[in-house]
Design a protein around this ligand. Sequence first.
Ligand SMILES: Cc1cc2nc3c(=O)[nH]c(=O)nc-3n(C[C@H](O)[C@H](O)[C@H](O)COP(=O)(O)OP(=O)(O)OC[C@H]3O[C@@H](n4cnc5c(N)ncnc54)[C@H](O)[C@@H]3O)c2cc1C
Length: 415
Amino acid sequence: MEYDVVIVGASVSGCTAAILYGRAGLRVALLEKHRSINTHKRLCGHFLLGGAQAPLQRLGLWDELLAAGAGTGDVSIRTEYGWTDPSRAGVPPFLNVRRVTLDPILRGRAADTGGVDLLLGRTVTGLLTEGRRVTGVRARLLDGTEETHTGRLIVGADGYRSKVAALADVPERFTPNGRAFFYTYYRNVRHTLPTPAAVWWNDRDWVVLGPTDGGLIEVAVMPAKDTLPPVLTDHAGYIERYVASLPDAPDLARAERVAKVVIAPDYPLIRRHPTPAPGLALIGDAALTADPTPAPGCTWALLSGQWLADATAPALLAGDDSAAALRRYRRDHRAIEREHTFMRGDAEVPPSNRVQRLLQEAAVHDPEVSRRLALVGMQAAPTTSLLNPALAVRALLVRHRGRRRFTGRAGYAPR
Ligand SMILES: Cc1cc2nc3c(=O)[nH]c(=O)nc-3n(C[C@H](O)[C@H](O)[C@H](O)COP(=O)(O)OP(=O)(O)OC[C@H]3O[C@@H](n4cnc5c(N)ncnc54)[C@H](O)[C@@H]3O)c2cc1C
C-alpha cells in the first residue's frame, strides 16, 4: 500500500514520529514485528531525563503517564565532594515509568492518531529501491506471507540492531562500554534523601535510585567492569552490598525486592548516519545508541522522532522532494551527536578529569554551578555549556574564596 511515510518499529522513536506525522495530516504505516499492542521493551532502565518533558507534553502523554503512576521530581547528586546544592530552578523533572506501562500507552496513542495505520506482526525483511532511493519495505507476516508498503519517506526506528540500517548497508561505529548495568525494583525503601531520586557519582561508577510506577523504587548500579569480581552470581547481593557502602545509603536490607535483577553486561554505543540514503532516515537507537548509564536513550528517541517529523512533514505535505528537509533533520540531529561524542569518551570509564572535579566540588556549595550540572545531566542543556570560561572562573572562586563567604551557607547534606 502507498503511504506518505513508512516507519519500521513502534517503540519510543517510531510512535513519536508517527503521532506527529499523523497530526500533520500525513498517511503513515507504522510497522512493528511484535503482534501485541501491549508488548514492551524488556531491557531498559526507563529513567526519562528532564529533556523528555517537552516532547512528552507535546504528545499529550506527560499527564497520562503521571496518572499511570510514573515517578517524577528532582534528583539529588552525590559526588566525592558531597551532595550538590539542591537548587534546581528551571531544571525539568525526571519521569520514571516502566516500559510495561509506557509502551502500550505510547503505541495506543499512535494507533488512535488519524492517518496512522499501526501494523502489528510485521517483520521488515527487505527494502524496495529505485536506483539509490529507498522507496518501501517488504514485511513478513506471522503466517509467513509477505506484503510490501511504499512511501515517500522510509524511517528506520527499529532500535540498536536496526535491520533497516543493515539492509541499507549503513556503516556503524561501535564504542565498547566500560560499565556494566544492573537494576531491580524494591518496595518500602527507607531513605533520608530530600528528593525522590538520587544519583551517586561514585568515582567511575554510578548508582541511581528513583521511584517508578507500581509504587516501586528502582535501583540501578553501573560499575566500571574492571572493578567487578571475576565470578558474580548473587546479583541482588552485589547491588545491596554496593548500595549499603554509599554515603547516606537507602536501606535496602529492610526493603522488599520484588523483581529479578536485570543485567546488561555489555552494551556498546553505536552511531550511524541518520540520513544514509535518499528517501531514508534513521531515528532513536537506530541512529544513535547511547550509554544507558546517564540514561538519555528514550529522551533522544523522543527528540529525534520529533525533529524528523518537524523537518520533513511540510515538504511531504507540499509534495516536495524531501532531500532539503532531510538535511534539516540532519542538522538538528547533530545536537545529540555532539552529546554522543562526549558520552563515548565517558564510556571508556576514565577517572573524572580536572574540569569535572572542579565543577563537582563547586556544585556542592554554589547553586548556579549545581543547576548547570543538573541541566546537562537532564539533557536540557548541552555539555558544551559547562565548557564555559565564566563558569570555570566562578567554580574556581568558590573553591578559592571559601564556601561560606561565597554562598552564605555551607554545603547541603541530607536530613
Ligand atoms: C540496559 C539498558 C538500560 C537502559 N536504561 C535507560 C534509561 O534508564 N532511560 C532511557 O531513557 N533509556 C534507557 N535505555 C535506552 C532505551 O531503552 C532506548 O534508547 C530506547 O528504547 C530507544 O527507543 P527506539 O524507539 O529508538 O528503539 P527500541 O525501543 O529499541 O524499539 C525498536 C522497535 O522496533 C521493532 N523492530 C525491530 N526490528 C524490526 C523489524 N525488522 N521489523 C519491524 N519491527 C522491528 C522492535 O520490536 C521495537 O518495538 C536503556 C537501554 C538498555 C539496554
